[in-house]
Every structure is written in structure tokens, then in C-alpha cells.
Design a protein around this ligand. Structure first.
Ligand code: NAD
Ligand code: UDP
Length: 320
């Protein structure tokens, strides 16, 4: 692999994509950021727009394209349950047709491609913590299926292109990742809690709040992405996430205390098929990716996320 490369990042104007573009530009690569701005924004990459090695390209991955690139990070897909359930058919098209189109780009260009898969491929897991060898427990006709099955099919497509055409693919199974540049109306739990606490509103805990997730700070995830793309290992999926498990009630209490909000916690109905427990086994990532391990503790990551949303509020109020 060349030391500096021409790299396509689909979904590059989204939360993870914008951090990835920033890191790749800083490392001296030429970056093409592709996005249809469904959940991403120009503002997320505004600071990169004048950089000579950064290009922003409006395109929907449902439509075929060709591009001469060395590497592709394929992230384009809504990630929040609220967003991906808004138009489930479109989510499936993005996950399946979009991945097929990008695999064709990789095949024609001889590029290595990393796909952003998800812990949702494990569904509501019967095995805990989840190892990559676990096949999952997904309701194929439930409200989350458009995303879960779409991503499972994307993994199948990627491994099939690797076997049949020799395309070099890498599969990152991402567990809940959070940080600055999550959309304020994203609907995911960390941004919801922070935005609610800063507004002095009660925090909405779904169900009894005993369900768990394991939250990875964005810089740790991006480091994992880069190591996985560079690794010589093949197309076996790799879990990327932080193994510290937290209940939603614990998270709500932490965020409320850190913000210093006096508002309470309200309980709202648990969405259908909401996974009860989620926690990554990261032994494979540690072994294959040079000892990769998340470095940012939840408290520190939440501080940075809270600071980001505070800044966003004051910018919005200043502009009003
Ligand atoms: P995000 O919603 O902020 O980013 C997704 C980006 O993809 C947005 O910029 C959006 O506009 C773009 N997009 C959506 N549909 C598109 C289409 N058809 N064509 C072109 N662009 C399109 O979410 P994110 O958290 O940054 O997630 C990025 C990727 O990582 C997604 O594939 C998601 O499934 C995966 N992932 C994220 C997490 C997480 O916790 N953040 C967890 C598991 C998987
Ligand atoms: N959740 C919550 N309050 C919210 C948003 C989400 O209690 O305002 C819960 C949700 O039910 C789930 C967990 O937080 O159990 C994580 O939800 P999120 O949408 O962030 O991601 P998921 O891991 O479910 O895809």
C-alpha cells in the first residue's frame, strides 16, 4: 500500500465520516468525501472544504459510480434507529444496493474497501459478550430489520466479492460510538441525553433503563478503522467497540450529574426489539490490530461531547 493514498469516504459528512476524513487529511491522504446529506451536513466538514487534498461530492450510493481510488471506507447509511426506520425501504436500498455499487468501484479500481457494519448484526444477542463467531438473533420482519438485515446482507456481499473476485475487503462491526458532531436531533441515546440535560429537560429513559450498551469514543473507533484498513488480515469481521458496559439508567444519571441539571428522569416505552444487552468481545481486534484498545474513558468522552453541544447551543443562540 502506498504511503499516501487516494481515499473515498462514503457518508463522509456524517458523524463518524467527518472524523475519519479529518484524520485521513491530517495523515497526508487525498480524500474524496461522498454524501447525500440525509443525516450528514456540510457543517461537519466545513473546516476541511478549503483544504487542497479534500473534495466534497454530493451523491447517493444507491446510484452506480466509478472512481479511481486506492481505498474506500464505506460508511454511507443512516445509523440512528429513528433515522433508519423513517424510510425502511430506502435504508435497505442504501445498505444493499449502495454496498453493491461501492464493491463494484473497488473491483474496477483494485481498491481495498472497509465496510461499516454494526453490532446490530447480532440482533438481541443470546450470547454475551458478543464474539465475531456468534451468528446473531435478528427478527427479520421487525422494525429494526431494514438496518440489521441490510447490514448482514452488506457483509454477505463483501465476503462474496472477496471470494469470487478477490476484492480486498475489511468488515468493521461497530458498537455504539459517540462524540462531537453527532446530530442534535439524531435520536441516539448519548446525544438525546446530553441535549435534554443542557436544555434543563427531563432525560427520556426507554423502558426500565436496565438495558445495556457499551460506548466507544469516536477517536478510539477511528484509530481502529485505520488499523483495520491497514491490516493484512482478510475479510473476517472485527468487532470495534469499548467493552465497558453501562445501563441506560446509569448513563442518564452520569450525564445529568455532569451537566449539573436538576431535571429528573422520565420513562418512555421501550421500542420493539430493543436489544437487552450489548457488549463487544474485542479479543480479535486486539490480536489483529496491534493491541488496539479503546483509550478514552466514558467520563472523559462524555465531557468532550457535552462541551461540543454546549458550544453548538451558544453558536445557535448567537446566530439567532
Ligand atoms: P450518520 O448518520 O452521522 O452518518 C451516515 C452518513 O451517511 C450521513 O452523512 C448520511 O447523510 C450519509 N448517507 C446516508 N444514506 C446515504 C446514501 N444513500 N448515499 C450517500 N450518503 C448517505 O451516522 P454515523 O454514526 O456516522 O454512522 C456511519 C456508519 O457507521 C453507518 O454505516 C452506520 O451504520 C455505522 N455504524 C455506526 C455506529 C455508531 O454508533 N455511530 C454503530 C454501528 C454502525
Ligand atoms: N434510549 C433511551 N432514551 C433515548 C434514546 C435511546 O433510553 O432517548 C435507549 C434505547 O432504547 C436503547 C439504548 O438507549 O436501549 C441505545 O439506543 P440508541 O438509539 O442510541 O442505539 P441502539 O444501540 O439501540 O441502536
Amino acid at each position: 500500500m502506498k504511503k499516501t493514498a487516494r481515499i473515498l469516504v462514503t457518508g463522509g459528512a456524517g458523524f463518524l465520516g467527518s472524523h475519519l476524513c479529518e484524520r485521513l487529511v491530517a495523515e497526508g491522504h487525498d480524500v474524496v468525501c461522498l454524501d447525500n446529506f440525509f443525516t450528514g451536513t456540510r457543517a461537519n466538514v466545513a473546516h476541511l472544504l478549503s483544504h487542497p487534498r479534500f473534495e466534497l461530492f454530493r451523491h447517493d450510493v444507491e446510484h452506480a459510480l466509478t472512481m479511481e481510488v486506492d481505498q474506500i471506507f464505506h460508511l454511507a447509511c443512516p445509523a440512528s434507529p429513528v433515522h433508519y426506520q423513517r424510510n425502511p425501504v430506502r435504508t435497505i436500498r442504501t445498505a444493499v444496493q449502495g454496498t453493491l455499487n461501492l464493491l463494484e468501484v473497488a473491483r474496477e479500481a483494485g481498491a481495498r474497501m472497509l465496510i461499516a457494519s454494526t453490532s446490530e448484526v447480532y440482533g438481541d444477542p443470546a450470547e454475551h459478550p458478543q464474539r465475531e463467531s456468534y451468528w446473531g438473533h435478528v427478527n427479520p420482519i421487525g422494525p429494526r430489520a431494514c438496518y440489521d438485515e441490510g447490514k448482514r446482507c452488506a457483509e454477505t456481499l463483501a465476503t462474496s466479492y472477496a471470494r469470487q473476485y478477490g476484492v480486498e475487503v475489511r468488515i468493521a462491526r461497530i458498537f455504539n460510538t459517540y462524540g462531537p458532531r453527532m446530530h442534535e436531533n439524531d435520536g441516539r441515546v448519548v446525544s438525546n441525553f446530553v441535549v435534554q440535560a443542557l436544555a434543563g429537560q427531563p432525560l427520556t429513559v426507554f423502558g426500565d433503563g436496565q438495558q445495556t450498551r457499551s460506548f466507544c469514543y469516536v477517536s478510539d473507533l477511528i484509530e481502529g478503522f485505520l488499523r483495520l484498513m491497514a491490516s493484512p488480515h482478510g475479510c473476517d469481521p472485527v468487532n470495534l467497540g469499548n467493552p465497558r458496559e453501562t445501563s441506560m439508567l446509569e448513563l442518564a444519571t452520569m450525564v445529568r450529574d455532569m451537566v449539573g441539571s436538576r431535571a429528573g428522569i422520565v420513562h418512555a416505552p421501550l421500542p420493539k426489539d430493543d436489544p437487552v444487552r450489548r457488549n463487544p468481545n474485542i479479543a480479535r481486534a486486539q490480536e489483529l490490530l496491534g493491541g488496539w484498545t479503546p483509550q478514552v474513558p466514558l467520563e472523559r468522552g462524555l465531557e468532550a461531547t457535552i462541551a461540543y453541544f454546549r458550544g453548538l447551543n451558544s453558536r445557535n443562540n448567537g446566530a439567532a
